[in-house]
Design a protein around this ligand. Sequence first.
Ligand SMILES: Nc1nc2c([nH]c(=O)n2[C@@H]2O[C@H](COP(=O)(O)OP(=O)(O)OP(=O)(O)O)[C@@H](O)[C@H]2O)c(=O)[nH]1
Length: 134
Amino acid sequence: MAAPIDVAVGILMRDDGDVLLAQRPEGKPYAGYWEFPGGKVEAEESILDALKREFVEELGIAVLSAEAWCCVEHVYPHAHVRLHFYISREWRGEAQSLEGQAFSWQGRVAVEPLLPATIPLIEWLDRVRYGQKL
Ligand SMILES: Nc1nc2c([nH]c(=O)n2[C@@H]2O[C@H](COP(=O)(O)OP(=O)(O)OP(=O)(O)O)[C@@H](O)[C@H]2O)c(=O)[nH]1
């Protein structure tokens, strides 16, 4: 099997716990599926730098700090990916749809469909956000 492709994925978390999801634009595999914003790490780039670059390119947001949270591998028909999820509570700017994608702030995540590799993350994330109340 081909070596996994590293992907940097960012979960922006507001003070009220809401997180930002984006819908994959037309022309990409799984167009119309919801995901946390991010993209492939380029050669010679750190994961955090890739995360910051993708947020500027896709949403016009400057991520000021982010903490590595978890890493998930998934084999799709089109790619074997290694997803590096980061949580950021500190950024500058309002999300803009720079690639024509829809996006949405969500409490309990209710948008669907979600990218298959991202589905288990939602439950783990709820433990981070609402731990005591579950
Ligand atoms: N950003 C993001 N990607 C995810 C998530 N879950 C998940 O399986 N992926 C997978 O990770 C890969 C991300 O690649 P991408 O195509 O979005 O990256 P990119 O923007 O650099 O693509 P490009 O090749 O068009 O420049 C895709 O295979 C996608 O299916 C997620 O929650 N967020």
